[in-house]
Design a binder for this molecule. Sequence first.
Ligand SMILES: NC(=O)c1ccc[n+]([C@@H]2O[C@H](COP(=O)([O-])OP(=O)(O)OC[C@H]3O[C@@H](n4cnc5c(N)ncnc54)[C@H](OP(=O)(O)O)[C@@H]3O)[C@@H](O)[C@H]2O)c1
Length: 272
Amino acid sequence: MVDPNPQASGGIQALRAAGLEVRVGVEGDRCRRLNEAFIHRLTHRSPFGIWKYAMTLDGKIATTTGHSTWISGPASRQRVHQLRSQCDAVIVGGNTVRQDNPNLTSHGVGDRNPLRIVMSRQLNLPTKANLWQSATAPTLVMTQFGADADVERALIQQGVDVVHFECLTPAAVMANLYERGFLTVLWECGGTLAAAAIADHAVQKVWAFIAPKLIGGKDAPSPIGELGLEKMTQAKELTDVTVMPVGQDFLLEGYLSASPAEMLTDSIAELS
Ligand SMILES: NC(=O)c1ccc[n+]([C@@H]2O[C@H](COP(=O)([O-])OP(=O)(O)OC[C@H]3O[C@@H](n4cnc5c(N)ncnc54)[C@H](OP(=O)(O)O)[C@@H]3O)[C@@H](O)[C@H]2O)c1
């Protein structure tokens, strides 16, 4: 495939001028999928966002009491650990820390852990939590100016980094992570933050684990909070959708913005 990086521009012509045969577009869709995060980062100046969640067959991500461990089975959770090991950061909202006390590591699958990020505007967070064990993996808390100073001190003492924003939004967070050189960011939040991330175009790919379980509950949370859409014609349609069985669950993968197949087709046509 054509490298979208301007610094690599002219590379194909240089190779051809040196007498080498260069074919462009061989297994083009697969190449673009393999490089989807890199292409997105370069063309949108933002990391590639993956939103992953697990829900029951009746569309719930927790019970009415907020309990959510475990919706998906061991094989699905193993896939998530693998995915985390391939991501630069994993993000949750303050409420998921309060409700679930997650670890968000790759549990030894793969050779690295992502940077664990918590978005919390007020820092109304517990001072003891699995995420604050910074010896396991690094954790960064993103908050706003004026947040609880006592909690901030308690987190810093445990080795957690804290950064402040004027206004904490998924778009501002993605801009910060772009500046850090990050390629792939995994959103593992609940519905409130997921809605904000989708509205801010911080999500490009969706991984939905669907477990063949029913939990019910009129007020049990669903994957996305308020998006402000009123008509079914306004629904955000996924593209390039695939469904695969994982243990007893199903993993549905799809794209919320241009799929890899739609990326860069112009530049490929130019050079092929
Ligand atoms: N099944 C799954 O895949 C899955 C995954 C994750 C969570 N869950 C479940 O989801 C429930 C929690 O969901 P939730 O929707 O309440 O929590 P959430 O979306 O994870 O977190 C919401 C919190 O994010 C923080 N936040 C910071 N900036 C924000 C912004 N710009 N917009 C929105 N939120 C922002 C706020 O924290 P502060 O209040 O601290 O400021 C807010 O309360 C729990 O029951 C958990 O078990 C399920």
